[in-house]
Design a protein around this ligand. Structure first.
Ligand SMILES: Cc1ncc(COP(=O)(O)O)c(C=O)c1O
Length: 483
């Protein structure tokens, strides 16, 4: 498919604006300082309106999304986002708000934020939540900054330099810890795929600020010794962080605050059915217990006698992590989702996430290698060990694209060689899961009977097998006009 620049024809226009009278024209030079002005006009594509519409419609048809089909991308919770969420977010009173308008004119929005926070506290067992972080990774950054602020306020900032991270944690965890100026120290999982208590005791000291645990972990396993883990860390004065991006597996079933966690983040764009977006347009709220409330980002929404206002006055706050109040549209969507499902629906969503993952795991396990054969939570990890004729994880994933599916997450978590990480989510029907199993079994048969065909896949997509090594070594990230 040609780029919109290649389709450009000199002189074509989508529309003509009426000519302004000369006394209405403001010269751009009179309002924009010279150093910000272009030296020559931007080379924009020149096309008619219908050509632009066809170009972008064509592109959108090549996209694969959860509204097109099953999307078992492990650790990403690509579940269906109900359309009623969108209806609510586009209500004029929400969509047209300006972040600087007076509080008295946006009481409804503040009330929604206040109530969403209360619902998240109720679901997770925490004292308060900040809705400000715009992504899960930003939530992690915020939570770890809060841990740092806590230790600094007790005069222990310089001593406690390390954060422990199990090797089954999500990849963003060590990155967030490092960004906050801590040393990330890995703890190897035990044979069970969970935190090794003996190793934890060994590593836990008064130089450790805390531990950051993805729970359920990236093998899809619940940390069953979590209460003990929290005790070990607390005994030495550390804090316990939960990466709660996988909270959909626990909804209505357990409250992390009651397990001993001090701070956690959620991914509203996973567990609470708001759309995903590359590291920014989502919402990664951070919840804390009472002893950490004073460090939360400001402003926080407060209520007094039925009137809502923004409290900017937390003297020990870590400050802002996002402009204004975060991504408000995401809050409207998550609020709608929680209100629509209610407490019973939340629990059912959690149960279905776990049931669907275990159903798929049991159907696939004799056919694909399952390194950790345990009851899983919302996801599970297969690999390509012993797969016929040396067909690899990458080739299985590419062949799935031919069969109309988005690929699972592959080669992650790193602790499973050749990992195929599958998360079906709670919104998929049994029929969809059975069809996916059939596709996976077809690939196994093909690997036995015609392995070269599988190795050369994909066969039906606009682009065929890509040279991934060349793409990584010689990245061409920008289209350039050929003169
Ligand atoms: C367990 C876990 N933690 C953290 C993240 C990071 O979230 P985000 O992509 O919103 O930054 C993800 C993303 O899927 C995740 O699965």
């Amino acid at each position: 498919m040609k780029t919109v620049f290649e389709k450009s024809v000199e002189g074509k226009r989508g529309m003509e604006l009426p000519k302004a009278a000369s006394d209405e024209i403001t010269q751009v030079e009179s309002v924009v300082p010279k150093q910000f002005l272009r030296e020559k006009a931007a080379e924009l594509p020149q096309l008619g309106e219908i050509e632009v519409v066809r170009h972008y419609t064509g592109l959108s048809r090549r996209n694969y999304g959860v509204d097109n089909g099953f999307y078992p991308l492990g650790s990403c919770t690509m579940k269906y986002n109900p359309k009623v969420n969108e209806e609510m977010a586009k209500l004029a009173g929400f969509a047209n708000l300006h972040p600087l308008q007076p509080e008295s004119t946006c009481q409804g929005a503040l009330k929604l934020m206040f109530e969403l926070e209360q619902m998240l506290c109720e679901i997770c067992g925490f004292e308060r939540f900040s809705l400000q972080p715009p992504a899960g990774a930003c939530g992690e950054f915020t939570g770890i900054r809060i841990i740092r602020a806590y230790h600094e306020s007790r005069g222990e900032g310089t001593r406690r330099r390390k954060i422990l991270i199990p090797d089954s944690s999500h990849g963003t965890n060590p990155a967030s810890v490092t960004q906050c100026g801590f040393i990330a120290e890995e703890i190897k999982s035990n044979a069970d795929g969970r935190i090794d208590l003996a190793l934890l005791k060994e590593k836990m000291s008064e130089e450790v600020a805390g531990i950051m645990i993805t729970n359920p972990n990236t093998l899809g396993l619940f940390e069953k010794d979590i209460v003990k883990v929290c005790e070990i860390v607390h005994e030495k004065g550390g804090l316990v962080y939960m990466d709660g991006a996988n909270m959909n597996a626990l909804l209505g079933i357990c409250r992390p605050g009651e397990l001993g966690f001090d701070v956690m983040h959620l991914n509203l764009h996973k567990s609470f059915s708001t759309p995903h977006g590359g590291g920014g347009p989502g919402c990664g709220p951070v919840g804390v217990k009472k002893h950490l409330v004073e460090f939360l980002p400001t402003p926080m929404v407060e209520e007094k006698n039925g009137v809502y206002h923004l409290n900017h006055g937390l003297p020990k706050s870590i400050g802002k992590v996002k402009s204004f109040y975060g991504n408000f549209g995401m809050m409207v969507r998550a609020y709608t989702y929680i209100r629509a499902l209610g407490a019973g629906g939340m629990r059912r969503a959690g149960e279905m996430a776990v049931l669907n993952a275990n159903y798929l795991k049991e159907k696939l396990k004799g056919e694909y290698n399952l390194p950790h054969d345990k009851v899983c939570m919302h996801e599970f990890v297969l690999n390509d060990e012993g797969f016929p004729n040396g067909v690899t994880t990458n080739e299985i994933a590419k062949r799935l694209l031919d069969l109309g599916y988005h690929a699972p997450t592959i080669y992650f978590p790193l602790i499973v060689h050749g990992a195929i990480m599958i998360e079906p989510t709670e919104t998929e029907s049994r029929e969809t899961l059975d069809e996916f199993v059939e596709a996976m079994l077809q690939i196994k048969r093909e690997a036995q009977e015609k392995p070269d065909f599988v190795k050369a896949s994909p066969h039906t997509l606009p682009v065929k097998k890509l040279d991934a090594v060349k793409a990584a070594r010689e990245p061409v990230l920008r289209w350039k006009k050929q003169d």
